[in-house]
Ligand binder design. Structure first.
Ligand code: ATP
Ligand code: MG
Length: 265
């Protein structure tokens, strides 16, 4: 998407999908396959947000990141502190410019990378500005996909935006499913506005769907989908190939597409 146009458009009804779950459950892989599925359906442009301090969604999307929001925030704090704003620019204009500049533009999607969280210091002003501009920016896209880190706290701090679909990813075992239910509860406690929650059970390797379904029901969770353990994902990972480029007939791509069929009218 053309950067200079980004603040001029305004889409009122964007659909936001957030992917959460414990470390290593497959959030980033599933985020990239969701983006892949949306692109395939022509549901674009997509605003992809890597909200994990441990930046890596870009690798699975096959794009390079030059600047993170964390770096913009540090820079802003430093420049305001020593009075080094570029001549003729207000803090607001500077932040807007920097935010646009940190967007990675790709075919059908733009990626924003949050990067590391703030260090000690007073970041409220920078954070408030960031939040405001991110919300304005997000309005340009009909679809938003957020790859989260395990916790949900940063979500509630960073945005007041609603989430249409929260997908909590778990492994196919009772402890992991219980942990997923806790993450759902945490989102509720944090008063994040979530319209629908779905559990995604990933890396399923022979476990019976009926048992997984019964365990899911125990926590009043909706089973969004089951994704098999896929050797193609393992191969792509070792070959450093972006999962977004996986073929249509791979079992995990099909499983993620089924989830999209279920939740996208
Ligand atoms: N369905 C699957 N089949 C096979 N391998 C998978 C599958 N899903 C994920 N993986 C592999 O599991 C590992 C962890 O996946 P991923 O990085 O997506 O998890 P994550 O939840 O984002 O991790 P983190 O919490 O570190 O951000 C990766 O090596 C990935 O290739
Ligand atoms: Mg990840």
């Amino acid at each position: 998407m053309k950067v200079q146009k980004a603040f001029e458009r305004c889409i009122e009804l964007s659909f936001t999908i957030a992917i959460a779950g414990k470390g290593g459950t497959g959030k980033t892989t599933i985020s990239s396959l969701i983006i892949r599925g949306l692109l395939e359906r022509g549901k674009k442009p997509i605003f992809a947000v890597d909200a994990d301090a441990n930046v890596n969604l870009n690798e699975q999307l096959g794009v390079e990141v030059e600047k993170t929001i964390g770096a913009v925030r540090e820079d802003m704090l430093q420049k305001v502190g020593v009075g080094e704003m570029p001549a003729g620019m207000t803090k607001e204009q500077y932040m807007e410019y920097e935010l646009q500049d940190s967007l990675v533009e790709a075919e059908g999607f733009d990626l924003l990378v949050m990067g590391r969280p703030e260090g000690p210091g007073c970041y409220c002003y920078a954070n408030n500005l960031l939040r405001r501009y991110m919300e304005i920016l997000a309005k340009n896209y009909p679809y938003i996909v957020i790859d989260n880190e395990a916790g949900m706290e940063h979500l509630s701090r960073r945005t007041t935006q609603k989430i249409d679909l929260l997908l909590v990813v778990s492994e196919p075992n009772p402890i992991s499913i219980m942990t997923a239910a806790r993450i759902r509860d945490l989102a509720k406690d944090l008063k994040i506005e979530v319209k629908r929650v779905g559990l995604v059970i990933n890396r399923v390797n022979g476990e019976q769907p009926e048992i997984l379904e019964a365990e899911t029901k125990k926590y009043s969770l909706e089973l969004a989908g089951i994704i098999p353990a896929d050797t193609a994902i393992v191969e792509y990972s070792w070959q450093r190939k972006p999962t977004v480029q996986m073929p249509n007939d791979s079992i995990s791509v099909k499983a993620v597409n089924k989830i999209l069929d279920k939740f996208l009218a």
